[in-house]
Design a protein around this ligand. Structure first.
Ligand SMILES: Cc1cc2nc3c(=O)[nH]c(=O)nc-3n(C[C@H](O)[C@H](O)[C@H](O)COP(=O)(O)OP(=O)(O)OC[C@H]3O[C@@H](n4cnc5c(N)ncnc54)[C@H](O)[C@@H]3O)c2cc1C
Length: 431
């Protein structure tokens, strides 16, 4: 393992979509940048997700950033000389009940405000979309310009492109702590030595809260486990990605489907959960019915680990190089049954691979994108709450702007870190 450079302009902590995109846009602007990843590029959430890149159904506060992200994804797909599984075939939410359809309808004013192509489909139009004729669904919400990419390919390809533009990327290189001088960030301490720098972008996904806690900064962020599966080859239903309450699918380039269920998550009860219980109460109440609670190894790990360590010894970041939770097979079996019931083309189709990822959630389920008060030079991009793959390129673009002192082209006020202290944490209910 080669030692990282002794100095650079910006250090990015974390090689998921947010960190890699930050490095890519900094390198494009010819800013010296080093990205440190404790494990492997996109080893955690950024390769484990469904790959949906959606404007549809978003919290309205995220719409300007996701509109930017779709533009950037388009450019990335064109600029990268690699197949990243880019498909602009739309995303549809299908309604089994009138109540679901009414919820979808309530989102339409946001689409109109941002001139999106989102529209409601009738029951017959939904049948046509899904190549079925049962009028099983009351209708659907469709955004034809929404897209997908293959997360396993896209993020490593973007990292290679960043390197091609001059970024330095170090895997198996955990950042243990920050160094400050005269009250501002002066560098990082990695397991492979120090790197002096003028700015640090923390994009550490489910680990960001622990990293910040070590610095004395409390970020309300919890982890929930989400499980996914892919199937063997199956008949074409539609090229659009489709979400129903009981099962969601996206067609893969290998002719199979990625199938899961939004909201079918396991919530790890950890010491952090108790610390931030009040902040998360509204979110927990709303999702109570679909949440599974688990007091597992995470609880003990977190108790033992705490957030204080010496930067000259291995830290929790090196003890878990890649967060690789076990998938919830029982939940996935049920999802397969529901998917076959809703979409007959999936009857008898085998689930051939399963995995899970740890999602980092904030109390209002929108990310933190911005500086940390009292730590000049430190910027945070984290807490994407289960929908950061799509918005990731925009997060990276905006963080690159912040790191070099430019005014971001999207207003980042809704994503400020201080909103938690201000108790300004409104959740927007998903349609
Ligand atoms: C099952 C599942 C389905 C999802 N589906 C979608 C979807 O369809 N669409 C969508 O938009 N989003 C989806 N998401 C969410 C999306 O994957 C995440 O929001 C996004 O990938 C977060 O990216 P990130 O860069 O912030 O974090 P991550 O991808 O988690 O990357 C953080 C990286 O930081 C590294 N790191 C942490 N600490 C340190 C340290 N101290 N030093 C060095 N490196 C460190 C970690 O090893 C990790 O690789 C899904 C997530 C899951 C789990």
């Amino acid at each position: 393992m080669s030692a990282p450079p002794k100095a650079t302009e910006v250090v990015v902590v974390g090689g998921g979509i947010a960190g890699v995109a930050t490095a890519y846009y900094l390198a494009r602007a010819q800013v010296p940048v080093v990205l440190c990843e404790k494990g492997v590029i996109a080893g955690e959430q950024s390769s484990r997700n469904w790959g949906w890149i959606r404007k549809q159904g978003r919290d309205p506060r995220e719409l300007p950033a996701i509109v930017l992200a779709l533009r950037l994804w388009d450019n990335i797909a064109r600029e990268l000389a690699e197949n990243i599984g880019w498909t602009r075939a739309g995303i549809a939410y299908v309604a089994e009940t009138d109540a679901e359809l009414a919820r979808f309808e309530r989102w339409l004013p946001h689409a109109r405000e941002h001139q999106l192509d989102t529209r409601l489909l009738s029951s017959v139009e939904t049948d046509a979309l899904l190549r079925q004729g049962r009028q099983r669904f009351k209708g659907a919400l469709l955004t034809p310009s929404d897209a997908r990419a293959d997360p396993k390919r896209a993020v490593p390809a973007l990292a290679r492109a960043a390197e091609g533009l001059g970024a330095t990327i170090h895997e198996s290189c955990a950042v243990r702590s920050l160094e400050t001088s005269a009250g501002r960030v002066a560098g990082v301490l990695t397991e492979n030595g120090p790197i002096a720098c003028g700015a640090v972008v923390l994009a550490a996904g489910a680990w960001s809260a622990l990293f910040l806690r070590h610095l004395g900064v409390e970020l309300p962020q919890l982890k929930v486990k989400a499980s996914v599966q892919r199937t063997a080859m199956a008949p074409l239903i539609t090229e659009s990605a489709v979400g129903a309450t009981r099962a969601a699918f996206g067609r893969r380039q290998d002719g199979g489907y990625t199938i899961a269920r939004s909201g079918a998550v396991t919530f790890d009860v950890t010491p952090a959960a108790f610390r931030h219980f009040r902040a998360f109460l509204p979110a927990l109440k709303e999702r109570w019915g679909e949440l599974k609670l688990r007091v597992g190894r995470g609880f003990v790990d977190e108790l033992i680990t705490g957030a204080s360590w010496s930067a000259d010894r291995p830290t929790p970041f090196e003890r878990t190089r890649v967060l690789d939770p076990a998938p919830d097979h029982k939940a996935l079996d049920q999802v397969m049954r529901d998917a076959a019931d809703l979409f007959p083309q999936l009857q008898g189709v085998a689930s051939v691979e399963r995995w899970a990822g740890m999602i980092d959630v904030t109390p209002d389920e929108i990310p933190v994108l911005g500086p940390i008060d009292g730590m000049p030079g430190l910027f945070v991009a984290t807490g994407f709450s289960g929908h950061g793959f799509g918005i990731g390129p925009a997060a990276g673009y905006l963080m690159a702007q912040l790191a070099v002192g430019e005014r971001p082209i999207v207003d980042l006020h809704p994503f400020r870190f201080t909103r938690f202290a201000e108790q300004d944490i409104t959740r927007y209910p998903e349609p």
